[in-house]
Design a protein around this ligand. Sequence first.
Ligand SMILES: [Zn+2]
Length: 174
Amino acid sequence: MSLGWSRRAPVDTLVGTETAIDFSIPLSELPRVAHELATGDGEAKGRVRFSRQQGRAVADLEVSTQAEVICQRCMQPMHWPVNVNSRVALVSDYDAADRVPEEMEVFLVEGDSVSVRDLVDEEVMLALPNVPRHGEDSECARQEVQLPGQPDEPDDEPDTQKPFAQLGELLKRK
Ligand SMILES: [Zn+2]
């Protein structure tokens, strides 16, 4: 059975035929993920295989990508590698979700059908940080304690207001 990543198909069919799909999805095509990223460049690549395990519909999903998120300290883009390898239980209501063993992820299926896009969007979303920040040993972390007199970085928009410029002035006057 051949099926593109964007097509929704009934969970029963996917599971019953043990459908396996190799995919390569532009990040811009993942609705929730695209919303979190600095750019939609890049692709989520991987493989999903549907099956029934102990009476439960599951998707074994491998996906990796290089996401570009916005650092919430310096507001610059930063790379965030995503490597997901999970077994996802496909459930249709919250009661069923409660019974899923802890070691499995849960995906709430709407209307008994699912697309690979939906699954990948959800799993990559879970792998993204809530508040992305460059590491503590990075340029960005050091700049935080150097507000007054920090050298101007080359900037494409020299007229942008620097939100901390005034704070820097205040600290100097102390
Ligand atoms: Zn930063």
